[in-house]
Design a protein around this ligand. Structure first.
Ligand SMILES: [Zn+2]
Length: 297
């Protein structure tokens, strides 16, 4: 056993469609019941982490990406159990609610495609000959065992063959072609984020635009990502200029030593990975705390 976070993303339920790793309210209740004796409040988990007093069985709950389904479905359950969690806030959607980011791509995919293979085929049709000819890689993201072979080849095409900029271009072309228009709010609004803060949850950084390849970006872009993230978050919460947030999670588990330096300079003391690997625990590397995806529980 090693101290870690449990990582949550999408929830389904009334008004929130099921799919792509989403869980329902029942699953969250089941996880809380199962780990009740081990779950530590986020502020206490943070204190124990930085004072080196975490016990091997200690667990905290973490919610990434500022998703509206988390606010509507998960937060009331946390309130019922009196649990304070970490919420890692991706801030661009707080300024632009139509932000072309992972949650919008997911919503588009759920509405128009029966599975990831169909989306993959439609994107390939819009790609250049060279992109289409690139070999598929079934071993991509081998460390995440819950991905299907279809998920792996799609993610390889998206992240490696296309890369973030081309992927965004092709996705917006496809959205336009199919006349996609999101019907649901996908992200929390600034008042909802403030509400979490007022309720005593621990809010932390998760980058501004949510690049999937933070660890490959030049240092200046990483500084901008976390700088905008910090600025937008304290501004949203009405906190003093320069307010520091002491926790974070690495978007898409991508970071390098430069990222850790940027996080330290922003006052981050504790940051979470997106899997259970953490070569350095126990040790001084509090910026690489492991997390278990709820999909694995
Ligand atoms: Zn994320």
């Amino acid at each position: 056993m090693t101290p870690h976070g449990i990582m949550f993303h999408h929830f389904h339920g009334e008004g929130h469609p099921e799919g792509m790793g989403s869980i329902g309210a029942d699953k969250l209740r089941e996880v809380i019941e199962r780990f009740k004796s081990r779950i530590i409040q986020a502020p206490a988990f943070h204190e124990r982490a930085i004072s080196g007093t975490l016990e091997p069985q200690d667990i905290c709950l973490t919610f990434d990406d500022t998703l509206f389904s988390q606010y509507e479905i998960a937060e009331p359950i946390l309130a019922h159990y009196g649990i304070k969690a970490f919420w890692f806030v991706h801030t661009a959607p707080l300024i632009y609610p139509g932000w072309l980011g992972p949650a919008m791509f997911r919503d588009f995919q759920l509405e128009f495609f029966r599975n990831v293979g169909e989306l993959h085929r439609s994107l390939r049709e819009l790609a250049t000959e060279e992109e289409q000819a690139a070999p598929m890689d079934l071993a991509h993201l081998a460390e995440f065992d819950f991905y299907t072979p279809e998920d792996r080849t799609y993610r390889h095409f998206r992240d490696v063959v296309l890369g973030p900029t081309r992927f965004n271009v092709l996705m917006s072309d496809l959205m336009e072609k199919l006349e996609y228009c999101p019907t649901l709010p996908l992200w929390m609004t600034p008042p909802q984020v403030r509400d979490l803060y007022v309720k005593g949850h621990s809010l932390g950084l998760h980058s501004h635009s949510h690049p999937r390849n933070m660890g490959e970006l030049p240092g200046i872009n990483q500084i901008q990502e976390y700088g905008h993230n910090q600025y937008t978050l304290y501004h949203t919460l009405g906190l003093p200029t320069g307010h520091k947030f002491p926790s974070a999670s690495h978007p898409s588990n991508s970071y390098n030593s430069e990222t850790l330096g940027v996080l330290r300079s922003k006052g981050v003391q504790l940051a979470f990975r997106a899997n259970m690997e953490s070569a350095s625990w126990p040790g001084e590397h509090l910026l690489e705390m492991p997390r278990e995806d709820v999909a694995n529980l």
